[in-house]
Design a protein around this ligand. Structure first.
Ligand code: NZQ
Ligand code: ZN
Length: 385
């Protein structure tokens, strides 16, 4: 096992009616900004519950953080926080609203042009406003991690940042708040969480026995409950498990002490920035092809994945790897997510465009061995046509 330092200070308040605990988590004297996406939280009553729980505190609202939150929009929130001297942020929404809130929290006290946060991958963040979240969409794990992704629309740059200063202080997770999600977003959540796990598991054997078993358990749970979450939207146990699995998939635990890949995400981000494809859909396009192209590097783990997650025991090593990749693709398709560039009306021109963006962003040595250069990325994308 590799050496590691693990830190996660986020309090999780989980369960039905957990919103009532908001009051005890935010100082009475706080001047609060609630950050929101489009209209979902207003329509389904979540926002009313949040404002009721905040009681007599001074509360402002910022609406309109879009999916794949933009720098341009978030800078408006930064201006509002500075103007009104607000001192506590509360994200109410999915990964986009939470990521956007992390950015705002870091940008308000940032010295200089806040785009520097993205240019430095978060390294230049020295402090951030305190914030909490009310999660309404199980998918990204942003509710219990220190990462975010922000897009600059003007230049089509979608860049990640991380900092120990942007862990949420708390996240309220009420599975009933996911009941209003459209099937498309549930499917996205299942696939995003699945790929977060494979990014930390499907690398090479590193002796992380608990991490491996934990990852395999989370993957198997997603395979079991993913279709059910779509079929029976108001099944509390299914939604509760999906919500907690998605959090555990990216709260740092399963990635501690083991190699990590993340090439699927980096290539996927470029597809979203260029063609506005949902984050999870880009992952479903890239991952099966990446596993195919990188199958020699990943051989040991792919065989373990085949046996322990998919119970594939027939055939020689290569046949079992083929089956494992086919099962992965079929699982994504089974929740309604297409896995080929052609399904999104993209052809070879998209391969050239994505490779050019990877080059522009210096993403020329991806993967657990840093051997996914631009030629390999091109092969992966070609295999996804
Ligand atoms: O904007 P509203 O009206 O709220 O509607 C949203 C949005 O249209 C809707 N929604 C959310 N909760 C709902 C709901 N609709 C009905 N009922 C509810 N309870 O869902 C739509 C999508 O929301 P979004 O927040 O964009 O989705 P998701 O949670 O999948 O977040 C995606 C973003 O997270 C980033 C992605 O790159 C993308 O920008 N990621 C963040 C990560 C992290 N911080 O660790 C890791 C991930 O790999 C990912 O990159
Ligand atoms: Zn993701």
């Amino acid at each position: 096992m590799n050496s590691f330092s693990f830190y996660n200070p986020t309090r999780i308040i989980f369960g039905q009616d957990s919103l009532s605990q908001l009051d005890s988590q935010i100082p009475q004297s706080a001047r609060v900004l609630i950050l929101l996406g489009g209209n979902s939280a207003r329509h389904n009553g979540t926002l009313d519950e949040v404002t009721a729980a905040l009681g007599e505190r001074t509360v402002f609202e910022f609406n309109g953080i879009e999916p794949n939150p933009s720098y341009e929009t978030l800078m408006e929130a930064v201006a509002l926080v500075r103007r009104e001297k607000l001192d506590f942020l509360l994200a109410v929404g999915g990964g986009s609203v939470i990521d956007g809130t992390k950015f705002v929290a870091a940008a308000v006290p940032f010295d200089g042009e806040p785009w520097g946060i993205l240019e430095s991958g978060g390294q230049r963040i020295e402090r951030a406003l305190p914030f909490g979240t009310v999660l309404t969409l199980p998918a990204t794990g942003s509710e219990m991690n220190n990462g975010g992704v922000v897009t600059r629309k003007a230049t089509q740059d979608k860049l990640p940042f991380r900092s120990q200063h942007v862990f949420p202080q708390f996240s309220v997770m009420d599975p009933t708040k996911t009941y209003t999600l459209p099937p498309r977003q549930i499917a996205n959540g299942v696939v995003d969480a699945f790929v977060h796990i494979t990014e930390q598991y499907l690398t090479y054997p590193a002796g992380g026995m608990a991490q491996d078993r934990f990852a395999e358990g989370l993957l198997q749970t997603l395979v079991e409950i993913g279709p059910r979450a779509l079929e029976t939207p108001q099944d509390y146990e299914t939604r509760a498990n999906l919500m907690w699995v998605a959090t555990l998939a990216l709260n740092g635990l399963i990635g501690a002490g083991v190699p990590q890949d993340w090439a699927t995400h980096m290539i996927g981000h470029e597809l979203t920035a260029l063609y506005d494809i949902d984050h999870a859909r880009t992952l479903a396009i890239v991952l099966p092809s990446l596993l195919q192209v990188q199958r020699e590097d990943k051989r040991g783990k792919l065989l373990q994945y085949a046996e322990r997650v998919w119970h594939i025991t027939e055939g020689d090593d290569d046949a079992r790897i083929d089956q494992a990749i086919a099962h992965t693709r079929a699982f994504f398709e089974s929740v309604g997510i297409a896995t080929r560039l052609g399904d999104y009306d993209l052809g070879p021109e998209a391969v050239d465009a994505v490779v050019a963006q990877l080059d522009k962003h210096g993403l020329t040595a991806l993967g657990e061995h840093k051997n996914i250069n631009l030629d390999v990325s091109r092969s992966i994308l070609n295999a996804a046509l």
